[in-house]
Design a protein around this ligand. Structure first.
Ligand code: PSU
Ligand code: MN
Length: 305
């Protein structure tokens, strides 16, 4: 790979990639901006373990002192989890972070870019960013959606949070040609709960069937991502009414404090945690584990095709 000085893939991941073993990428904004310490570290470690147990190799992705890093050790994960002043790095932030030697967590868009550079095709996260409520005026549309339109990585998520405008989020995904696959569901999941009432364009009930769709897309030369929407398990989900009430209050608070830009999503996540007395965080941990498990299974099936 060119850019060797700028990109570092750790040994374990490198070995797995060169021997054709399944590899699953993990993002790090969830560690730096999505969850408080020490829950963020516990979750990061659990996710890696979950993927390993399913027979795939985990690769957490981040930017550390200006180097694009694929595969982190425990000490590095801990530094990200404890760190203060770390950046939230999406596509627009990558080049400045490298040139200025900065560190930070990569968002879904940032992680997809680095995963593709390294040759990793599967990536598990919690929820993707989307069109914010009021986005038709503010133009606050997550870079994640545009990344899915151009970068060939499968993103396994629990849909998108209802803090977003879910119908418009699906519209933008359609515009950018992103297949959205409901795993064992006909409805797009709403992160903290499993049903948004919005239909998904495709349903697949087995990891193997998802792997086949990915293989078909990429072998046809249709570049770009695929969004796999894996509903939160029923036992871990929160009541939609409670979530909706908390969202309304979190959004009011954000607008009162004039929170804008990249700060919006981390602010809303923290507000939701407070308003639900921690239940949103517990649900978040459960759903992201569920996604890590599915991502590893899809990755395994893909290597068998
Ligand atoms: N949703 C979550 N937790 C998160 C994020 C989203 O439940 O931590 C993070 C992801 O890294 C995602 C980013 O890519 O927020 C989206 O930010 P924005 O809305 O600013 O594009
Ligand atoms: Mn935004």
């Amino acid at each position: 790979m060119k850019n060797q000085k700028k990109v570092k893939i750790n040994k374990k991941v490198m070995k797995a990639l060169s021997s054709g073993q399944p590899v699953v990428a993990l993002e790090s904004t969830i560690i730096t901006h999505g969850m408080p310490y020490p829950k963020n570290l516990e979750t990061a470690l659990t996710l890696e373990e979950t993927i390993s147990r399913e027979g795939a190799v985990p690769a957490t992705i981040a930017v550390i002192e200006g180097r694009l890093r694929i595969g982190l050790d425990e000490k590095e994960l801990e530094e990200l989890a404890r760190g203060t002043g770390l950046q939230k790095i999406s596509r627009r932030d990558l080049a400045p972070a490298v040139a200025q030697g900065r560190s930070g967590g990569t968002t879904v868009s940032g992680t997809m870019i680095l995963a593709e550079m390294a040759g990793i095709k599967f990536f598990a996260t919690g929820g993707i960013g989307g069109v914010h409520r009021g986005g038709e005026k503010s133009m606050d549309v997550s870079a994640d959606l545009l990344e899915l339109g151009q970068t060939s990585v499968a993103v396994i998520s629990a849909g998108a949070k209802a803090i977003l405008d879910l119908p418009r989020t699906l519209e933008v995904l359609e515009t950018h040609g992103v297949p959205v696959i409901g795993y064992r569901t006909d409805e797009f999941p709403a992160f903290y709960y499993s049903r948004s009432g919005l239909p998904v364009p495709v349903r697949a009930d087995r990891p193997r069937d998802i792997a086949r769709i990915l293989e078909a897309k990429w072998s046809l030369g249709l570049a770009g991502g695929v969004l796999i929407a894996n509903p939160i398990p029923e036992k871990d989900s929160l009541p939609a009414g409670e979530v909706e009430r908390a969202i309304v209050r979190a959004l009011e608070e954000a607008s009162r404090r004039e929170i804008a830009g990249a700060k919006v999503t981390p602010f809303l996540l923290a507000a939701m945690e407070e308003l639900t007395e921690g239940r949103s965080l517990t649900a978040n941990v459960a759903l992201v584990r569920n996604n890590a498990r599915l991502a590893a299974r899809i990755a395994r099936e893909y290597t068998r095709l």
